[in-house]
Design a binder for this molecule. Structure first.
Ligand code: SAM
Length: 212
């Protein structure tokens, strides 16, 4: 298959860059990333870059997806809320890891395409998708074991701590529109522990708790 060598190279690069979680590497080997990029860009899908998916949005770099998944550390059976479905690739990785995925996308057309891809990969019963403002969370299905933002938020999303279980993790890039710090919040008893991981650049989170 034409993508096999490219997938091997991607996995090798991810390992060299510090991704050690074998479940994450296995999921990234298994999910066909070339099905999630815009038509004509399939051969670049496994390169270390973000690629356009239409409507001014991108699918994140393989390393970003791997790193965020490794840090979120989702276990099989956990309920994970994703804010910013985009192409559906991150959601597919979470489904492959056995999670029950709740994902929200504000752009209707992207949401429909992502839903179709996830169904074609037989994840029909693993995810629920809605079109809307994910910056508000999805209280109807809360509490979650994990919440992952795939767009950069201007302020820490403290209003979503209520939608996290005790022991739950919330991972979000926070900063201005040029650069954000990937930040992990862990809810323990009634307090929340915060750690800053790494500077990265994401597309902006829009909506009530995002950029206007
Ligand atoms: N996780 C995606 C993937 O695997 O392809 C990458 C997502 S892309 C970097 C960020 C996405 O967040 C975009 O599709 C954008 O439309 C979406 N977005 C931005 N603000 C949002 C909001 N308030 N609610 C839901 N989606 C939002």
């Amino acid at each position: 298959m034409i993508y096999e060598k490219k997938i091997d190279q991607m996995i090798k690069r991810l390992r060299a860059a510090g991704i050690e979680d074998r479940r994450v590497l296995q999921a990234m080997r298994k999910i066909p990333r070339h099905l999630f990029v815009a038509r004509g860009l399939e051969l670049q899908a496994y390169d270390e870059k973000a690629l356009p998916i239409g409507f001014g949005q991108t699918i994140s770099h393989p390393f970003t997806v791997a790193l965020m998944t490794q840090i979120l550390n989702p276990k099989s059976g956990e309920r994970i809320l994703e804010i910013g479905t985009g192409s559906g690739y991150q959601a597919a990785i979470l489904c492959e890891l056995g999670c029950q995925v709740f994902t929200i996308e504000k752009i209707k057309e992207l949401a429909f395409r992502a839903e179709k891809r996830l169904k074609e990969l037989h994840f029909t019963y693993r995810f629920l998708l809605k079109v809307g403002d994910g910056s508000l969370g999805w209280s109807a299905h809360a509490p979650y074991d994990g919440i992952i933002f795939t767009a950069g938020a201007p302020v820490p999303p403290e209003h979503l701590f209520d939608q996290l279980k005790d022991g739950g993790r919330l991972l979000a890039p926070i900063g201005d529109q040029q650069e954000q710090t990937l930040t992990l919040f862990v809810k323990e008893d009634r307090s929340v522990r915060k750690s800053e991981i790494k500077k990265l650049r994401f597309v902006p989170l829009k909506g009530a708790h995002g950029w206007s």
